[in-house]
Write a protein that binds this ligand. Structure first.
Ligand code: ADE
Length: 261
């Protein structure tokens, strides 16, 4: 996966990208991240990238020209016959994603969708936002990482890079490691334990030490259902549930009635 990040602050990225799993993914050749400074594409003498909004009002708005030029020059670099005989294959459908609090809420299923792409462009907004013509005529998707306002899209872009990269083949090591994550199957994960088996008198559930694979799998499934029921009951409306799952949830509901909770 090749990810291109368009930002006014490329210096914000290396610390996060060059550690841990993201570093490993790049070393494995599964991920390349190209940082493009939008300011480099402003052609005027002072490299102006923002202006006050027409009609007045507070804040500054990112100008369209440097952003269009940055994306277009990226596209023409992909059109190089050195890289591909048929450039249309390279650029058709290139996703250009604006990070903005107005975007569609980012979820695990959007991460899975993006992980299928060969190449992504992430455009980090700043200040009051970007000129509307960027939205209308350049951007193909808009993503928000939550209902709060950051000072810019850079942290949001890193969130997207992180969530997508760990889904790329081989990046997490153990095959299928991402498949049991919270949200991956529509449920939250249950609890995890490691050594010591007894810590300050708090012991690890016996079933996990039983070595009985089927019992462990069922316990994990039930704890995952219990946690989802307690913390995110809304997720149970869309999760794929078996008969046994429904029976267990029924029991949880009865227990709650008995306690008078
Ligand atoms: N830019 C500012 N706030 C944001 C948010 N919540 N999500 C994505 N991009 C943003």
């Amino acid at each position: 996966m090749h990810i291109h990040i368009l930002t006014l602050f490329p210096g914000m990225f290396p610390a996060y990208l060059n550690e841990s799993i993201l570093k490993k993914a790049q070393e494995m050749g599964q991920l390349t991240v190209h940082l493009h400074n939008i300011r480099d594409y402003a052609t005027d003498r002072h490299h102006v990238t923002d202006e006050p909004p027409f009609g007045g009002g507070g804040g500054m708005v990112l100008k369209p020209e440097p952003i269009f030029t940055a994306v277009e020059s990226l596209i023409s670099s992909l059109q190089s016959p050195l890289e591909s005989g048929d450039w249309r294959l390279e650029t058709a459908g290139l996703p250009v994603i604006l990070l903005t609090p107005q975007g569609r809420p980012f979820t695990q299923s959007i991460a899975q969708e993006l992980a299928q792409q060969e190449r992504l462009v992430l455009l980090c907004g700043r200040y009051e936002g970007v000129d509307e013509r960027v939205r209308q005529h350049l951007v193909t998707d808009e993503i928000s990482i939550g209902d709060y306002v950051l000072t810019g899209g850079e942290l949001a872009a890193l969130v997207v890079v992180d969530a997508v990269t760990r889904l790329l083949p081989g990046v997490l090591g153990a095959e299928g490691a991402a498949e049991t994550d919270s949200h991956a199957n529509g449920l939250l994960e249950g609890p995890h334990y490691t050594k010591p088996a007894d810590f300050r008198g708090w012991s690890v559930p016996e079933v996990l030490r039983s070595g009985h694979a089927a019992r462990i799998a069922r316990w994990r499934r039930e704890e995952s259902l219990r946690r989802t029921w307690q913390r995110r009951p809304d997720m149970l409306l869309t999760a794929v549930l078996t008969e046994a799952d429904r029976w267990f949830l029924g029991r949880l509901a009865e227990e709650r009635l008995e306690i008078g909770d």
